[in-house]
Design a protein around this ligand. Structure first.
Ligand code: GLP
Length: 249
């Protein structure tokens, strides 16, 4: 895991855009996994403004709330269209979304897994982090080997979303996420500091689903100073950021 600590949200987005720029330089039509939420908004705006060529890229969304069809204003599909895909220069049909209103969610989940495989797998999965350590909607206690499936939201997540939120979601599993070739997790603000500490420095445990990232060989965890405030090894990571150009010198 490479922990990248930047001063603020803007600098987090810049560092994340740099990872994406390098991905596009190495592969013309990469497959990207997209997270919803407040955290990646600055990155998504930066991607749209970047002038990078996303015309051959393909996209899968990470999760969706059950009961919200493609046109529902609160659907994650609408969110990703409005905040990223419209205006990104992506090709028509380049994005595949989980359908929260599918009549058979187990089947929807199985077909989604098959679609990811058919696309050759995900090259870069963008992730946020729940205050309780969840990734996607893999709440504490989720199997570290889980696949895309329906999943109930836990109390803390429901509280974050507000009273009218559906109680169920359909989400890529932790096992699905770990199969992406690289993971890019963003976390900002003091409210995420404890979850970030558990992801980067805590024990590997299904109680902190994000700690599964410790199993993955290529993880960028990009955080601002507030979200890094509980890291015991923050100084080490700051030093690495300043000095990594020296590798091989
Ligand atoms: C939500 C989503 C996650 C998201 C996380 C953090 O519940 N299921 O995909 O990354 O919580 O959200 P935010 O970025 O708004 O803090």
């Amino acid at each position: 895991m490479e922990v990248i600590i930047r001063p603020d949200e803007g600098a987090v987005a810049e560092a994340a855009l740099d990872v994406i720029g390098r991905l596009l330089a190495s592969k013309r039509g990469p497959v990207m996994g997209l997270a919803t939420g407040r955290t990646p908004l600055k990155l998504y705006a930066a991607m749209r403004a970047s002038g990078l060529d996303f015309s051959a890229a393909r996209f899968f969304n990470l999760d969706e709330l059950v009961g919200l069809g493609p046109e529902h204003p609160d659907s994650f599909r609408r969110f990703l269209r409005a905040n990223l895909l419209d205006g990104l220069g992506a090709a028509e049909g380049a994005a595949r979304f989980l359908d929260g209103a599918a009549p058979d969610l187990e089947r929807e989940a199985a077909e989604y897994e098959a679609a990811i495989r058919a696309a050759g797998g995900i090259d870069l999965q963008i992730l946020g982090l729940g205050r309780n350590g969840h990734i996607g909607f893999n709440e504490p206690g989720s199997s570290l080997g889980s696949r895309t499936r329906p999943k109930a939201l836990d109390k803390e997540t429901l509280a974050d979303y507000g009273p009218d939120t559906p109680r169920f979601s359909v989400t890529m599993g932790i096992g699905t996420i770990l199969e992406a070739r690289a993971l890019l997790m963003l976390a900002t603000g003091e409210g995420k500091a404890e979850a970030v500490r558990r992801v980067a420095e805590g024990p590997l445990s299904s109680e902190t689903p994000g700690s599964a990232l410790q199993l993955h060989p290529r993880v960028y965890l990009i955080v601002d100073e507030a979200a890094a405030s509980r890291l015991a090894r923050a100084e080490y990571w700051r030093w690495v950021w300043e000095n990594k150009w020296r590798v091989g010198q």
